[in-house]
Design a protein around this ligand. Structure first.
Ligand SMILES: *[C@@H]1O[C@H](CO)[C@@H](O)[C@H](O)[C@H]1NC(C)=O
Ligand SMILES: *[C@@H]1O[C@H](CO)[C@@H](O)[C@H](O)[C@H]1NC(C)=O
Length: 348
Protein backbone atom coordinates (compact mmCIF):
# COMPACT_ATOMS: atom_id res chain seq x y z
CA UNK A 1 0.00 0.00 0.00
CA UNK A 2 1.92 3.05 -1.16
CA UNK A 3 0.07 5.40 1.19
CA UNK A 4 1.62 3.66 4.19
CA UNK A 5 5.02 5.00 3.17
CA UNK A 6 3.79 8.50 3.81
CA UNK A 7 3.55 9.01 7.52
CA UNK A 8 2.73 12.16 9.37
CA UNK A 9 6.10 13.59 10.25
CA UNK A 10 5.25 13.95 13.90
CA UNK A 11 6.46 10.40 14.41
CA UNK A 12 9.99 11.35 13.42
CA UNK A 13 12.45 12.54 16.04
CA UNK A 14 13.50 16.15 15.66
CA UNK A 15 15.68 17.30 18.51
CA UNK A 16 18.93 15.53 17.71
CA UNK A 17 18.96 16.83 14.15
CA UNK A 18 18.53 20.48 15.00
CA UNK A 19 21.86 20.82 16.77
CA UNK A 20 23.63 19.43 13.72
CA UNK A 21 21.99 22.01 11.52
CA UNK A 22 23.19 24.89 13.66
CA UNK A 23 26.74 23.55 13.67
CA UNK A 24 26.70 23.19 9.90
CA UNK A 25 25.38 26.69 9.44
CA UNK A 26 28.00 28.22 11.73
CA UNK A 27 30.85 26.49 9.97
CA UNK A 28 29.62 27.69 6.60
CA UNK A 29 32.46 29.71 5.19
CA UNK A 30 31.80 33.26 4.17
CA UNK A 31 32.07 33.77 0.45
CA UNK A 32 32.97 37.23 -0.62
CA UNK A 33 32.20 36.44 -4.24
CA UNK A 34 28.58 35.90 -3.23
CA UNK A 35 28.17 39.27 -1.56
CA UNK A 36 24.73 40.66 -2.08
CA UNK A 37 23.61 44.17 -2.85
CA UNK A 38 22.94 46.10 0.33
CA UNK A 39 20.64 49.09 0.26
CA UNK A 40 22.49 52.02 1.78
CA UNK A 41 22.05 55.74 1.67
CA UNK A 42 23.20 57.09 -1.63
CA UNK A 43 23.59 53.60 -3.08
CA UNK A 44 22.13 53.14 -6.54
CA UNK A 45 18.74 51.44 -6.75
CA UNK A 46 18.83 47.71 -7.49
CA UNK A 47 18.68 46.86 -11.18
CA UNK A 48 15.22 46.52 -12.65
CA UNK A 49 14.82 43.75 -15.16
CA UNK A 50 11.86 43.85 -17.46
CA UNK A 51 10.54 40.38 -18.08
CA UNK A 52 7.99 39.58 -20.72
CA UNK A 53 5.57 36.78 -19.93
CA UNK A 54 6.41 33.44 -21.48
CA UNK A 55 10.16 33.96 -21.42
CA UNK A 56 12.49 31.44 -19.91
CA UNK A 57 13.94 31.09 -16.45
CA UNK A 58 16.19 33.83 -15.25
CA UNK A 59 17.44 35.43 -12.10
CA UNK A 60 16.51 39.01 -11.50
CA UNK A 61 19.71 39.71 -9.62
CA UNK A 62 22.61 37.61 -10.78
CA UNK A 63 23.96 35.52 -7.88
CA UNK A 64 27.15 36.95 -6.56
CA UNK A 65 26.34 40.45 -7.65
CA UNK A 66 28.05 42.90 -5.33
CA UNK A 67 26.88 46.40 -4.71
CA UNK A 68 29.67 48.69 -3.57
CA UNK A 69 28.90 50.09 -0.14
CA UNK A 70 31.28 52.80 0.96
CA UNK A 71 31.74 51.88 4.61
CA UNK A 72 34.64 50.31 6.46
CA UNK A 73 32.16 48.36 8.59
CA UNK A 74 31.62 45.92 5.75
CA UNK A 75 35.28 45.82 4.71
CA UNK A 76 35.60 42.06 5.36
CA UNK A 77 32.05 40.81 5.04
CA UNK A 78 28.65 41.82 3.71
CA UNK A 79 26.13 39.25 4.89
CA UNK A 80 23.22 40.14 2.67
CA UNK A 81 20.60 38.84 2.27
CA UNK A 82 20.52 38.27 -1.45
CA UNK A 83 17.05 38.42 -2.95
CA UNK A 84 16.69 35.35 -5.14
CA UNK A 85 13.83 36.40 -7.36
CA UNK A 86 13.14 33.52 -9.73
CA UNK A 87 11.20 34.44 -12.83
CA UNK A 88 9.63 31.42 -14.52
CA UNK A 89 7.21 30.94 -17.37
CA UNK A 90 4.17 30.39 -15.15
CA UNK A 91 5.23 32.11 -11.91
CA UNK A 92 7.65 34.26 -9.98
CA UNK A 93 9.12 33.13 -6.66
CA UNK A 94 11.24 34.60 -3.92
CA UNK A 95 13.51 31.97 -2.36
CA UNK A 96 14.51 31.84 1.29
CA UNK A 97 18.08 30.57 1.57
CA UNK A 98 17.82 29.99 5.30
CA UNK A 99 14.59 27.96 5.20
CA UNK A 100 15.43 26.42 1.79
CA UNK A 101 11.95 26.81 0.37
CA UNK A 102 10.16 29.71 -1.29
CA UNK A 103 9.50 32.81 0.79
CA UNK A 104 6.59 33.41 -1.57
CA UNK A 105 5.33 32.53 -5.01
CA UNK A 106 3.10 34.56 -7.29
CA UNK A 107 1.00 33.61 -10.29
CA UNK A 108 -1.42 35.25 -12.66
CA UNK A 109 -4.20 32.90 -13.70
CA UNK A 110 -6.59 33.49 -16.58
CA UNK A 111 -8.81 31.20 -18.63
CA UNK A 112 -6.14 31.44 -21.33
CA UNK A 113 -3.24 30.58 -19.00
CA UNK A 114 -5.18 27.51 -17.86
CA UNK A 115 -5.95 26.52 -21.44
CA UNK A 116 -9.70 27.01 -20.93
CA UNK A 117 -10.23 30.01 -23.20
CA UNK A 118 -12.61 29.42 -26.08
CA UNK A 119 -11.08 32.42 -27.83
CA UNK A 120 -7.54 31.08 -27.62
CA UNK A 121 -7.85 27.29 -27.80
CA UNK A 122 -4.64 25.46 -27.03
CA UNK A 123 -3.03 22.80 -29.10
CA UNK A 124 -3.17 19.79 -26.78
CA UNK A 125 0.16 18.50 -28.07
CA UNK A 126 1.92 21.57 -26.63
CA UNK A 127 0.32 21.39 -23.20
CA UNK A 128 2.24 20.28 -20.13
CA UNK A 129 1.63 16.87 -18.59
CA UNK A 130 2.86 16.24 -15.05
CA UNK A 131 3.80 12.66 -15.83
CA UNK A 132 6.54 14.14 -18.05
CA UNK A 133 7.99 16.24 -15.20
CA UNK A 134 10.40 15.32 -12.45
CA UNK A 135 11.34 17.09 -9.23
CA UNK A 136 14.72 18.70 -9.62
CA UNK A 137 17.21 20.75 -7.63
CA UNK A 138 17.51 24.36 -8.68
CA UNK A 139 21.03 24.95 -9.94
CA UNK A 140 20.52 28.73 -9.87
CA UNK A 141 20.79 28.65 -6.06
CA UNK A 142 24.32 28.23 -4.60
CA UNK A 143 24.74 24.57 -3.51
CA UNK A 144 25.09 25.47 0.15
CA UNK A 145 21.63 27.02 0.23
CA UNK A 146 19.93 24.70 -2.21
CA UNK A 147 17.10 22.34 -1.28
CA UNK A 148 18.15 18.82 -2.24
CA UNK A 149 16.09 15.84 -3.34
CA UNK A 150 17.93 13.87 -0.67
CA UNK A 151 16.55 16.17 2.03
CA UNK A 152 12.96 15.18 1.19
CA UNK A 153 13.79 11.49 0.84
CA UNK A 154 11.97 9.52 3.58
CA UNK A 155 11.18 12.75 5.41
CA UNK A 156 7.53 11.77 5.74
CA UNK A 157 6.53 14.94 3.89
CA UNK A 158 5.34 15.49 0.37
CA UNK A 159 7.27 17.78 -1.91
CA UNK A 160 4.43 20.28 -1.96
CA UNK A 161 4.12 22.58 -4.95
CA UNK A 162 3.62 26.22 -4.00
CA UNK A 163 2.62 26.98 -7.59
CA UNK A 164 0.62 23.87 -8.53
CA UNK A 165 1.66 21.93 -11.60
CA UNK A 166 -1.94 22.18 -12.81
CA UNK A 167 -1.55 25.98 -13.04
CA UNK A 168 1.30 25.57 -15.55
CA UNK A 169 -0.22 23.42 -18.28
CA UNK A 170 0.62 26.13 -20.80
CA UNK A 171 3.70 24.14 -21.87
CA UNK A 172 5.90 21.30 -20.69
CA UNK A 173 8.70 23.77 -19.93
CA UNK A 174 6.35 25.80 -17.73
CA UNK A 175 5.18 22.68 -15.92
CA UNK A 176 8.73 21.41 -15.46
CA UNK A 177 9.63 24.68 -13.73
CA UNK A 178 6.97 24.04 -11.08
CA UNK A 179 8.92 20.89 -10.13
CA UNK A 180 12.08 22.84 -9.25
CA UNK A 181 12.67 22.58 -5.51
CA UNK A 182 12.64 26.39 -5.32
CA UNK A 183 8.86 26.04 -5.85
CA UNK A 184 8.51 23.29 -3.26
CA UNK A 185 8.03 23.15 0.50
CA UNK A 186 7.50 20.17 2.81
CA UNK A 187 3.78 19.50 3.20
CA UNK A 188 1.81 16.88 5.06
CA UNK A 189 0.65 14.53 2.27
CA UNK A 190 -2.63 12.72 2.95
CA UNK A 191 -5.30 15.08 4.24
CA UNK A 192 -3.39 18.19 3.25
CA UNK A 193 -1.26 18.41 0.08
CA UNK A 194 -3.27 15.70 -1.67
CA UNK A 195 -6.62 16.80 -0.35
CA UNK A 196 -7.69 20.02 1.32
CA UNK A 197 -4.78 22.09 0.00
CA UNK A 198 -5.45 20.71 -3.49
CA UNK A 199 -9.13 21.70 -3.14
CA UNK A 200 -8.03 25.25 -2.34
CA UNK A 201 -5.74 25.29 -5.38
CA UNK A 202 -8.68 24.13 -7.47
CA UNK A 203 -10.87 26.89 -6.00
CA UNK A 204 -8.23 29.44 -7.08
CA UNK A 205 -8.31 28.08 -10.63
CA UNK A 206 -12.11 28.14 -10.71
CA UNK A 207 -12.04 31.86 -9.88
CA UNK A 208 -11.03 32.39 -13.50
CA UNK A 209 -14.60 31.58 -14.56
CA UNK A 210 -15.91 34.67 -12.71
CA UNK A 211 -12.86 36.98 -12.87
CA UNK A 212 -10.79 37.91 -15.89
CA UNK A 213 -7.54 38.04 -13.90
CA UNK A 214 -6.66 36.06 -10.79
CA UNK A 215 -3.42 36.70 -8.89
CA UNK A 216 -2.42 34.04 -6.37
CA UNK A 217 0.31 34.39 -3.75
CA UNK A 218 1.37 31.28 -1.83
CA UNK A 219 3.36 31.90 1.33
CA UNK A 220 4.86 29.39 3.79
CA UNK A 221 4.49 30.65 7.36
CA UNK A 222 5.95 29.97 10.80
CA UNK A 223 3.33 30.91 13.36
CA UNK A 224 3.84 30.97 17.11
CA UNK A 225 1.71 28.73 19.29
CA UNK A 226 0.65 29.43 22.86
CA UNK A 227 2.09 26.73 25.06
CA UNK A 228 1.05 25.41 28.46
CA UNK A 229 3.43 27.74 30.31
CA UNK A 230 1.69 30.76 28.78
CA UNK A 231 4.53 31.60 26.38
CA UNK A 232 4.36 31.76 22.58
CA UNK A 233 6.82 29.64 20.67
CA UNK A 234 7.46 28.77 17.06
CA UNK A 235 8.28 25.10 16.76
CA UNK A 236 8.89 23.34 13.48
CA UNK A 237 10.69 20.35 12.07
CA UNK A 238 13.74 20.58 9.81
CA UNK A 239 14.16 17.75 7.31
CA UNK A 240 17.32 16.36 5.78
CA UNK A 241 20.37 14.83 7.39
CA UNK A 242 22.07 17.05 8.42
CA UNK A 243 18.89 19.12 8.67
CA UNK A 244 18.44 21.46 5.70
CA UNK A 245 14.84 22.31 4.86
CA UNK A 246 12.43 23.86 7.34
CA UNK A 247 8.88 22.57 7.54
CA UNK A 248 6.40 25.47 7.62
CA UNK A 249 3.74 25.36 10.34
CA UNK A 250 1.19 26.97 8.00
CA UNK A 251 0.63 28.00 4.40
CA UNK A 252 -1.18 31.09 3.20
CA UNK A 253 -2.99 31.58 -0.09
CA UNK A 254 -3.73 35.20 -0.83
CA UNK A 255 -5.87 35.87 -3.88
CA UNK A 256 -6.65 39.07 -5.72
CA UNK A 257 -9.21 38.72 -8.47
CA UNK A 258 -10.12 41.44 -10.94
CA UNK A 259 -12.83 41.91 -13.53
CA UNK A 260 -14.12 44.88 -15.51
CA UNK A 261 -16.36 46.91 -13.20
CA UNK A 262 -18.98 47.18 -15.94
CA UNK A 263 -19.28 46.54 -19.69
CA UNK A 264 -19.15 50.31 -20.28
CA UNK A 265 -15.92 50.67 -18.26
CA UNK A 266 -13.83 47.67 -19.31
CA UNK A 267 -10.61 49.41 -18.25
CA UNK A 268 -11.76 50.06 -14.69
CA UNK A 269 -11.21 46.91 -12.66
CA UNK A 270 -13.35 45.81 -9.78
CA UNK A 271 -11.01 44.10 -7.36
CA UNK A 272 -11.79 41.40 -4.82
CA UNK A 273 -9.24 39.98 -2.42
CA UNK A 274 -8.94 37.55 0.43
CA UNK A 275 -6.42 35.56 2.43
CA UNK A 276 -6.54 32.05 3.85
CA UNK A 277 -4.11 30.50 6.31
CA UNK A 278 -4.13 26.70 6.64
CA UNK A 279 -2.15 24.60 9.10
CA UNK A 280 0.37 22.18 7.57
CA UNK A 281 -1.67 19.30 8.96
CA UNK A 282 -4.49 16.93 8.12
CA UNK A 283 -7.62 19.00 7.48
CA UNK A 284 -10.99 17.24 7.34
CA UNK A 285 -12.81 17.46 4.01
CA UNK A 286 -15.81 18.95 5.84
CA UNK A 287 -13.87 22.02 7.03
CA UNK A 288 -15.35 25.26 5.74
CA UNK A 289 -12.98 27.28 3.56
CA UNK A 290 -14.23 30.46 5.27
CA UNK A 291 -12.96 29.10 8.59
CA UNK A 292 -9.40 29.73 7.29
CA UNK A 293 -10.02 33.36 6.34
CA UNK A 294 -7.69 35.95 7.85
CA UNK A 295 -7.13 39.64 7.14
CA UNK A 296 -4.56 40.15 4.39
CA UNK A 297 -2.36 42.22 6.67
CA UNK A 298 -2.21 39.33 9.16
CA UNK A 299 -0.41 37.33 6.45
CA UNK A 300 1.81 40.30 5.64
CA UNK A 301 2.72 40.72 9.31
CA UNK A 302 3.48 37.01 9.79
CA UNK A 303 5.52 36.74 6.59
CA UNK A 304 7.28 40.11 6.79
CA UNK A 305 6.06 40.86 3.28
CA UNK A 306 3.95 43.61 1.75
CA UNK A 307 1.53 42.14 -0.75
CA UNK A 308 -0.73 45.01 -1.76
CA UNK A 309 -0.62 48.76 -1.38
CA UNK A 310 -2.99 50.46 1.06
CA UNK A 311 -4.86 51.84 -1.94
CA UNK A 312 -5.48 48.37 -3.37
CA UNK A 313 -6.54 47.08 0.04
CA UNK A 314 -8.90 50.00 0.54
CA UNK A 315 -10.60 49.62 -2.83
CA UNK A 316 -10.90 45.84 -2.88
CA UNK A 317 -14.03 43.97 -1.91
CA UNK A 318 -13.91 40.84 0.16
CA UNK A 319 -13.66 37.87 -2.16
CA UNK A 320 -16.15 35.82 -0.16
CA UNK A 321 -18.71 38.57 -0.80
CA UNK A 322 -18.17 38.63 -4.56
CA UNK A 323 -17.89 34.88 -5.05
CA UNK A 324 -18.54 31.68 -3.14
CA UNK A 325 -15.67 30.67 -0.85
CA UNK A 326 -16.31 26.96 -1.00
CA UNK A 327 -14.04 24.09 -1.98
CA UNK A 328 -15.09 21.05 -3.97
CA UNK A 329 -14.00 17.82 -2.31
CA UNK A 330 -12.32 15.56 -4.86
CA UNK A 331 -11.54 12.25 -3.26
CA UNK A 332 -12.10 10.49 -6.58
CA UNK A 333 -8.68 11.46 -7.90
CA UNK A 334 -6.93 9.55 -5.10
CA UNK A 335 -6.22 6.84 -7.63
CA UNK A 336 -4.34 9.31 -9.82
CA UNK A 337 -2.48 10.78 -6.87
CA UNK A 338 -1.48 7.26 -5.81
CA UNK A 339 0.76 7.14 -8.86
CA UNK A 340 2.58 10.25 -7.71
CA UNK A 341 3.04 8.76 -4.28
CA UNK A 342 5.50 6.24 -5.67
CA UNK A 343 7.50 9.09 -7.10
CA UNK A 344 7.61 10.70 -3.67
CA UNK A 345 9.24 7.72 -1.98
CA UNK A 346 12.68 8.55 -3.30
CA UNK A 347 14.71 11.07 -5.28
CA UNK A 348 15.50 10.36 -8.89
C1 LIG B 1 10.70 18.18 -18.59
O1 LIG B 1 11.34 17.42 -17.60
C2 LIG B 1 11.59 16.08 -18.00
C3 LIG B 1 12.06 15.31 -16.79
O2 LIG B 1 13.10 15.96 -16.14
C4 LIG B 1 12.58 16.07 -19.15
O3 LIG B 1 12.85 14.75 -19.56
C5 LIG B 1 11.97 16.85 -20.29
O4 LIG B 1 12.91 16.96 -21.33
C6 LIG B 1 11.55 18.24 -19.84
N1 LIG B 1 10.81 18.85 -20.92
C7 LIG B 1 11.02 20.08 -21.33
C8 LIG B 1 10.19 20.50 -22.49
O5 LIG B 1 11.79 20.84 -20.80
C1 LIG C 1 22.20 19.66 3.17
O1 LIG C 1 22.16 18.47 2.42
C2 LIG C 1 23.39 18.05 1.87
C3 LIG C 1 23.16 16.74 1.18
O2 LIG C 1 22.01 16.75 0.43
C4 LIG C 1 24.47 17.94 2.93
O3 LIG C 1 25.71 17.65 2.30
C5 LIG C 1 24.55 19.22 3.70
O4 LIG C 1 25.50 19.10 4.69
C6 LIG C 1 23.19 19.51 4.26
N1 LIG C 1 23.19 20.59 5.22
C7 LIG C 1 23.41 21.87 4.94
C8 LIG C 1 23.22 22.80 6.09
O5 LIG C 1 23.77 22.28 3.86
Amino acid sequence: MPSSTIVHAAVFAVGALVGGGVATAVSARSRRDMLPPVPAQGAPAPPVIHVKPGQGTQMQTAPGQVMKVDTSVLKYGNPGPIADILVRRAYVAGYDRRLRHPAWTAEHLTLASLGKSKLEPRDASEAGDRSNSQFSEDQSIPAMFRAKLQDYFRSGYDRGHMVPAADAKISQEAMNETFLLTNIAPQVGAGFNRHYWAYLEDWCRRLTSSFSDVYVFTIPLYLPKLEADGKWRVSHEVIGSPPNISVPTHFAKVVLAAKPSSPSTPDVAEISAGAFVLPNAVIPDEAKLESFLVPIDAVERAAGLTLFSDAIKAQSKHICKTTKCEVIVRRFDDAVKGNNRKAISGPK
